[in-house]
Design a protein around this ligand. Structure first.
Ligand code: ZN
Length: 279
């Protein structure tokens, strides 16, 4: 059995596991090596949080996840390294599924839970230190009984096309290099996903859209999003980048594209399906 080890936003890998193996987890024996590095003279290992995540409904029970996360100052064994999960993702999932299944899905799920555990150490209502609920994946306050579940924040991402067979790609100021991608944004309280699609596109590039259609979703735990991929057709308006998030936006022909987002993301998945005439 393998185990997922985390520190901050990184997965921890011993020398024997290459970067491309990050989604498989590491052999259980590696945990002993890690524990040994953090063991104090008294024999305790402070700053280490172990957790188990049951398998998803459609998976076999053996697909449950064993994970451990360690504090930022936890000493790593010699020759170990911390690989940022988001950076490692592009190494392992070219063209692979984005549906949360398989090793990549398990890695992302383990990472999501590890971060949630770190952020839910204390009860959000009365401040008492939480325990783990015995019957489900939840934190349980031993004082006031409040349960806290892993937070999931829905966000939409939309591939907009026009009548000339072009798609709108935009450069966000947060994107590295000259990457162009799709318009995305978070769902707000009380808002339908379709309304989020319309609002985000209107705010960021000044266009009106129609024929909104859901395509696929992807768990995206950076830190806790669920990306919901849509397509929409241009209805009216000219492109006006907002100048705050979106620095440039243009219509692109599939034969001549800019730098695209990495494989393994729902944005690239939607773009590739559009290029392949499969939307
Ligand atoms: Zn409480």
């Amino acid at each position: 059995m393998n185990i997922y080890l985390f520190q901050g936003n990184s997965v921890l890998l011993p020398e024997t596991v290459p970067d491309t193996g990050l989604a498989q987890g590491v052999p259980l024996g590696a945990l002993e090596e890690l524990r040994a590095a953090g063991r104090t003279e008294g024999g305790t290992v402070p700053g280490l949080d172990s957790f188990t995540v049951p398998a998803l409904e459609e998976e076999e029970a053996s697909a449950r996840i064993e994970g451990v996360s360690v504090n930022a100052d936890f000493p790593l064994p010699p020759h170990w390294r911390a690989l940022p999960v988001r950076q490692g993702l592009s190494l392992v999932s070219p063209e692979k599924t984005i549906d949360g299944k398989g090793p990549v899905g398990r890695l992302l799920r383990a990472y999501h839970i590890a971060q949630w555990r770190r952020d839910s150490t204390y009860c959000g209502s009365c401040g008492t230190k939480n325990t783990d609920a015995p019957d489900e994946l939840a934190r349980l306050c031993p004082s006031c009984g409040r349960r806290e579940y892993p937070r999931i924040s829905p966000a939409v991402i939309t591939l907009i096309t026009n009548d000339r067979g072009e798609a709108l790609l935009a450069h966000n100021r947060k994107f590295a290099g000259g990457v162009y991608s799709l318009i995305a944004g978070f769902n707000e309280a009380g808002e339908s996903l379709e309304a989020t699609v319309i609002r985000e596109i209107r705010e960021e590039v000044g266009l009106e859209v129609k024929d909104i259609r859901y395509i696929a979703s992807q768990p995206w735990p950076f830190p806790n999003s669920l990306m919901l991929g849509f397509t929409a057709r241009h209805a009216s308006g000219e492109i006006h980048p907002d100048g705050e998030e979106i620095m440039d936006a243009r219509w692109f022909n599939p034969a001549k594209l800019p730098s695209l987002p990495g494989f393994g993301s729902v944005s690239r998945y939607l773009i590739n399906r559009w290029i392949g005439g499969n939307l």
